[in-house]
Design a protein around this ligand. Structure first.
Ligand code: IDP
Length: 132
């Protein structure tokens, strides 16, 4: 059974959207297998977004993710990686379709509520990073 790493970012926790976000994945039929509330260290945030180290937004995304509590989760289900990316929606607010989490609730590329792994390889690495 496939697994993915999903994280409600600090804006999602502050805006009281944790329940709404979890409900969407439950209603889709996925199984919640791990969950914890934590404020990530800078080091953890840097490792999580390591692939973006050379991008201009790296510093911003790292400080944002480590600015307050996030909800880190592992979800399980058939094709959960690709399907959860669909539920999450596009990174940029102008591309995120209504009906997706970002399309319904986010209006900023930096504060876009949720992270979801984008490949089997990254899901495995992120689950290991956040839950071991
Ligand atoms: P994803 O979260 O949709 O997978 P990525 O391209 O992996 O998007 O980028 C990681 C995160 O970095 C995004 O969710 C967003 O918060 C932030 N980010 C990406 N592109 C930009 C940008 O152009 N400006 C500011 N932040 C960005």
């Amino acid at each position: 059974m496939e697994r993915t790493f999903l994280m409600v970012k600090p804006d999602g926790v502050q805006r009281r959207l944790v329940g709404e976000i979890i409900q969407r994945f439950e209603q889709k039929g996925f199984k919640l297998v791990e969950l914890k509330l934590l404020t990530p260290t800078r080091e953890l945030a840097e490792e999580h977004y390591g692939v973006h180290r050379d991008k201009p937004f790296f510093e911003g995304v790292v400080s944002f993710i480590s600015s307050g509590p996030v909800v880190a989760m592992v979800w399980e289900g058939d094709d959960v990686i690709a399907l959860s990316r669909k539920l999450v929606g596009a990174t940029k607010p102008s591309d995120a379709a209504p009906g997706t989490i970002r399309g319904d609730y986010a209006n900023s590329v930096g504060e876009n509520l949720i992270h979801g792994s984008d490949s089997v390889e990254n899901a495995e690495a992120e689950i290991k990073l956040w839950f071991s």
